[in-house]
Design a protein around this ligand. Structure first.
Ligand SMILES: [Zn+2]
Length: 261
């Protein structure tokens, strides 16, 4: 965890921020470490957000012709790419890829955060005196709320016996624990809850255009939700969440580097 803030000129530059956070990621020392899965997902998340920004995600505008100019052409454009040919529609290809990598990035931020919490709560504590906070019960794995409460109980215990505070991990738990639904206002302080909602709704929901106003221009007034917040605000939130989860991961790795199941 770094104690110094990044210089002001890099604050609004998602690409530089993600490159910075990538540089902070340390691999766990053991090949069978309990922290391997979150590590892999955080590396993948950073790479995906870098590739997304290279293709200009946060500078994009809502396009009323996205369907004819990108969606209807993307199969052929990916065939050209796969065949090693020069692209005949570079901007349409980059447009699609920037979204593809952004979604791949925030999915991994979400998976990494959830697995970090699950791992922290399911480990027997480093002190040897405290069993796992959560276990499989009657072949049923714990649900998200149980993992969240388990991780909070473990954190309260660890903070009493370990002298270094774990503020990033506490923020991860607070963000997930905050109340958030898709129609709630865009709120970067609930970034992980917004991303989790977005990732899960893509996994399970049917597509309703009226509910997926993908990156429409920000309305001048009224409630701005995640899906209406625009590309720039979503990338900034994605990067901020990545920074937070990498911070929490680094705190846990420093607390218990040799953890394994
Ligand atoms: Zn302990």
């Amino acid at each position: 965890m770094t104690k110094t803030s990044p210089p002001a000129e890099t604050l609004n530059d998602p690409f530089k921020r993600v490159m910075g956070v990538l540089g902070q990621l340390q691999a766990p020392p053991l090949h069978d470490s309990a922290w391997i899965a979150p590590f892999e997902q955080l590396v993948g998340a950073a790479f995906s957000l870098i590739e997304s920004e290279k293709r200009g995600f946060s500078c994009r505008q809502y396009s009323p012709v996205y369907h004819p100019s990108v969606q209807c052409k993307i199969v052929g454009l990916l065939q050209e790419l796969g065949g090693g040919k020069e692209s005949t529609k570079k901007d349409a290809l980059d447009n699609w890829l920037s979204r593809y990598y952004f979604n791949a990035g925030i999915q991994r931020v979400n998976f990494a955060a959830e697995r970090l919490i699950a791992t922290f709560a399911a480990l027997p504590c480093k002190c040897g005196a405290r069993p796992p906070e959560i276990t499989v019960n009657n072949h049923r794995p714990p649900n998200f709320q149980q993992r969240l409460s388990g991780a909070q109980a473990r954190l309260t215990h660890v903070q009493a016996e370990y002298t270094t505070p774990l503020p990033k991990l506490q923020s991860v738990l607070d963000q997930f624990g905050s109340r958030y639904d898709r129609n709630h206002p865009f709120d970067p302080s609930k970034g992980l809850a917004m991303i989790r909602r977005d990732v899960n709704s893509r996994k399970h929901a049917v597509y309703k255009r009226s509910e997926v106003l993908d990156a429409l221009p920000r309305p001048a007034s009224g409630t701005i939700t995640w899906s209406k917040a625009g590309f720039k605000a979503r990338m900034e939130t994605g990067v901020q969440c990545l920074e937070l989860v990498v911070g929490a991961y680094s705190e846990l790795l420093a607390w218990y580097p040799m953890a394994k199941f």
